[in-house]
Design a protein around this ligand. Structure first.
Ligand code: PLP
Length: 374
């Protein structure tokens, strides 16, 4: 039987068609009609007017911070429960991150704790410039409350929407909640460009500045003139073609991931397995189905389940190890940590790819149930 992956790419003939179009047009570097169209089409899906296609979601986060002028001497609040890329981007700028724990209901940044953390850092004399809030496994943060706190403390809200394309917050597509938002089209995401990302914002100046910075900060003159430090961060026109094809089926992809999650919930309606709850304020794209295991009630702990699945050639993965527990970020301040620490210890992400069949899913469920102590 073939190995079952967590979230592999799901490609069709449309991808091949548009890539062939890109090649036939001879636009194969980081500028071209596919790039322009991908930016326009993503804007129409997310309702965020301006966007620049980039080499990765990490590049998008980095440029979001750079265009805000964040750097050495500044601090940025960051969700602790996230992938390291969120925190890495802060460190790239020379700024200092501090970490804030997750809310136990939504798993996204705890807004009350953030409020106290921002007050605490200000009292300590820190220059806090922004909050990097992360939409987790498809679930949007509580943006209404988050924006209030950011406004009160005079800091900019940056949305790490790497995992939430196709989700909604209060009826609006994910990506328009932060002053700037970063999407990822990494190979395991709901749509992929193999590797890639997009920085979006309602503010055209920020996006145009990011576009310039991403193109080695070249000044608009015939020769190569530079007045600021740039990056080579643009997306290839060939990969933008892949993204356009994938984006066309985003609604079906979201529906499939949600159906997979709901079917897991039906089949695993057993003591000791809890599913990530969907916040009342939005809908999630259910990027990865996540469960939390109570070993006493279920009869096996998270790691026993993971290893049992691995023995059946099924990939599953512990939830994000929070940043405050990562050796590389040990020197940075953290507020709270028990919620994300507990989710890391007991949480598991299950295979959730859009191409998986009911039979594949039955294999996962059977493997999980068989891992219990008899
Ligand atoms: C929450 C989060 N932020 C940032 C990233 C970075 O995106 P990329 O891999 O496209 O650089 C990812 C995924 O990889 C992610 O899950």
């Amino acid at each position: 039987m073939a190995r079952l992956y967590l979230s592999p790419p799901d490609l069709g003939h449309r991808e091949a068609e548009l890539i062939a179009e890109a090649i036939a047009s001879n636009w194969i570097t980081t500028l071209g009609p596919q790039n322009d169209a991908f930016e326009r089409e993503l804007a129409s899906v997310t309702g965020v007017e301006h966007g620049v296609a980039l080499a990765s979601g990490t590049a998008a986060l980095h440029l979001a911070l750079v265009v805000l002028g964040i750097g050495r001497g500044d601090e940025v609040a960051c969700a602790s429960f996230t992938f390291a890329a969120s925190a890495n981007a802060i460190v790239y700028t020379g700024a200092t991150p501090f970490f804030v724990d997750a809310d136990s209901a939504t798993w996204t940044i705890d807004v009350e704790l953030l409020d106290r953390a921002l007050a605490g850092r200000r009292e300590a004399g820190a220059r806090v410039r922004a909050v990097l809030a992360v939409d987790l496994y498809g679930q949007c943060c509580d943006y209404g409350a988050l924006q209030d706190v950011c406004d009160r403390h005079g800091v900019v809200l940056i949305q790490d929407a790497a995992e939430s394309l196709g989700s909604t917050y209060c009826g609006a597509p994910a990506g328009g909640q932060g002053a700037l938002a970063a999407f990822s089209f990494n190979g395991n995401k709901i749509i992929t460009t193999s590797g890639g990302g997009m920085l979006v914002s309602a503010n055209p100046d920020w996006v145009e500045h990011a576009r310039k910075l991403a193109t080695q900060a070249r000044e608009p003159v015939a020769h190569y003139e530079h007045v600021e430090i740039g990056f080579n961060y643009r997306m290839s026109n060939v990969l933008a073609a892949l993204g356009r094809a994938q984006l066309e089926s985003l609604p079906e992809r979201v529906a499939t991931r949600r159906r997979i999650r709901d079917r897991y919930a039906e089949l695993l309606d057993v003591p000791g397995i809890d599913f990530m709850a969907e916040a009342l304020y939005g809908t999630t794209n259910a990027w990865l189905t996540c469960v939390v295991v109570d070993p006493d009630e279920f009869g096996a702990d998270r790691e026993t389940i993971r290893l049992a699945l691995e023995a059946e050639d099924i990939e599953s993965r512990p939830l994000w190890k929070p940043m405050h527990l990562q050796p590389v970020f040990a020197g940075y301040e953290a507020f709270g940590g028990d919620v994300s620490g507990g989710l890391f210890e007991r949480g598991l992400a299950l295979p959730s790819g859009t191409a998986m069949t009911d039979e594949d899913q039955d294999r996962v469920v059977a493997g999980m149930l068989a891992s219990r102590r008899s």
